[in-house]
Design a protein around this ligand. Structure first.
Ligand SMILES: Cc1cc2nc3c(=O)[nH]c(=O)nc-3n(C[C@H](O)[C@H](O)[C@H](O)COP(=O)(O)OP(=O)(O)OC[C@H]3O[C@@H](n4cnc5c(N)ncnc54)[C@H](O)[C@@H]3O)c2cc1C
Length: 431
């Protein structure tokens, strides 16, 4: 096994270009388009502003880099994708300008793998091109982290499936061309064998959005992008079942692993941005005759933030390297993904709160990006499953490698080990 922390020089040139492009062309979008759906909604004025930038990215062969070559990606691998995403994470618009925005990125992978030729022609090509948006809807109002509590069902009726029930926090549903909806198709089976994923076209009779929630206190309530949806006798054609009946969770696996790693990669970008702001402030602000940067308590904040960010960054890149190595989301990879997913809100709290604190009143105000960063932290502790659930997965994965030790005292009991060691080396103690 080889270890390397080098970036391929040719890809480094691309990263340098991405950094420059993100700073000069993309980050200004954040200051102009501030609606909750702006980076994803094809009908938002921001989409028009993004169009020429997307063309440049496509010409540079950097569009939708998460995709394999057969789907039009570049096959750069997860490590390079990680290095790229940590730059894109500086802006809400970064992923959309580079064609790797959630949930479209994962939904495209599902459609590519399980869609019919007709579905691919109708939806996959425009989705990959960034012309339409899509939604992945699984959570229900009474149940999120535990799919065993799901009650939204689909029942086969001739050539159709009839969906009844409710879904909650379905991001981007209101402007999506289609939704991928996970529903119970066999209530008697355990949920992991009794749920299926259906493609539901926007406008299908029987599907209605009850309201749209936003994350954080947006002034216009109802303007959010996370839909509360009702399905009442909503009929979809039989061919809209993606994958086999009862295999919804297998189909969903296609998207979740990659999505979680990409979130983590972009979090590195947020952390770096917070650290940059913190350091600029520390060397700029004078107090009691010296710079904030000269005060030891500031130095401790900078050192802690830098160390935590670097530990997290290396863990994310290590996980990306494992995915590249194994070419699948095997047990080892899933453990690391769960670990970085659980670490994400914690490292953000640690770094962003230090950066805000060092900025004093300005840090709490709406005049730096810090307050928005802060408001977005809690969602990263629940989206794609709460921290607790990922910690359970980590602990189970770690403990799986251990077996109980027979005997009254543990295998590392020093007096016992010393007896064995003396038997081996004790004669050297004799005069
Ligand atoms: C910004 C955002 C976007 C989202 N987008 C989508 C989307 O597009 N599609 C979609 O389907 N869903 C989406 N979700 C929903 C998300 O997947 C759920 O929030 C998540 O699965 C948790 O479900 P819940 O919110 O019902 O929380 P609950 O399941 O009610 O959990 C709440 C809390 O209970 C505790 N808890 C839960 N389970 C356990 C456990 N096993 N052990 C210990 N404690 C536990 C944890 O503290 C947890 O945070 C989104 C959420 C957010 C915040």
């Amino acid at each position: 096994m080889t270890w390397s922390f080098e970036t391929d020089p040719e890809f480094q040139d691309s990263l340098n270009w991405i950094e420059e492009f993100t700073t000069t062309e993309i980050e200004p979008l954040d200051l102009v388009f501030r609606g909750p759906g702006d980076p994803w909604d094809p009908n938002s004025p921001a989409a028009k502003a993004m169009a020429p930038l997307r063309d440049i990215v496509k010409r540079k062969n950097l569009w939708a880099c998460h995709l394999e070559r057969e789907l039009g990606g570049q096959g750069y691998g997860q490590v390079n994708l990680g290095l790229m995403n940590e730059i894109l994470g500086r802006s809400r618009f970064g992923p959309s300008v580079f064609g790797c925005q959630a949930p479209d990125s994962g939904n495209a992978e599902i459609l590519a793998k399980f869609g019919t030729p007709q579905q691919k022609a109708q939806y996959l090509a425009p989705l990959l091109n960034g012309d339409i948006a899509s939604c992945y809807s699984m959570t229900e109002p009474q149940a999120g982290a535990d799919p065993g509590e799901f009650t939204c069902t689909a029942v086969r009726d001739g050539d159709e499936w009839v969906i009844n029930g409710e879904k909650w926090f379905a991001s981007h549903a209101r402007f999506s061309a289609f939704l991928l909806v996970m529903v119970v198709t066999d209530p008697d089976a355990p949920i992991h064998k009794g749920a299926s994923i259906f493609l539901v076209e926007q406008g299908t009779p029987g599907m209605d959005i009850i309201r749209n929630s936003a994350v954080g206190p947006y002034i216009e309530q109802g303007d959010g992008v996370h839909a509360y949806i009702s399905f009442k006798d909503c009929r979809v054609p039989a061919q809209n079942l993606l994958g086999e009946e009862g295999e919804g969770f297998l189909v969903a696996q296609t998207r979740l692993g990659g999505g979680r790693v990409h979130h983590a990669m972009r979090t590195v970008g947020v952390l770096r941005k917070a650290l940059d702001m913190m350091c600029e402030r520390a060397v700029s602000r004078q107090t009691k005759g010296e710079r904030l940067a000269d005060k030891q308590m500031t130095q401790e904040k900078v050192a802690d933030a830098y160390t935590m960010m670097t530990q997290y960054r290396l863990h994310v890149l290590y996980t990306a390297w494992l995915i590249d190595k194994h070419k699948e989301y095997n047990r080892e990879v899933r453990l690391e993904i769960a670990a970085i997913k659980a670490a994400t809100p914690k490292v953000l709290v640690e770094v962003v709160s230090r950066a805000m604190h060092l900025h004093g009143s300005l840090g709490s105000s709406d005049e730096t990006p810090l307050a928005t960063m802060w408001a977005n932290i809690p969602e990263l502790g629940v989206v794609d499953g709460p921290t607790e659930v990922h910690k359970i997965a980590v602990a189970k994965g770690v403990l799986r490698g251990y077996t109980p030790h027979d005997g009254l005292f543990p295998s590392y009991h020093t007096p016992t080990l010393r007896q064995q060691a003396l038997a081996k080396y004790g004669h050297y103690l004799e005069p």
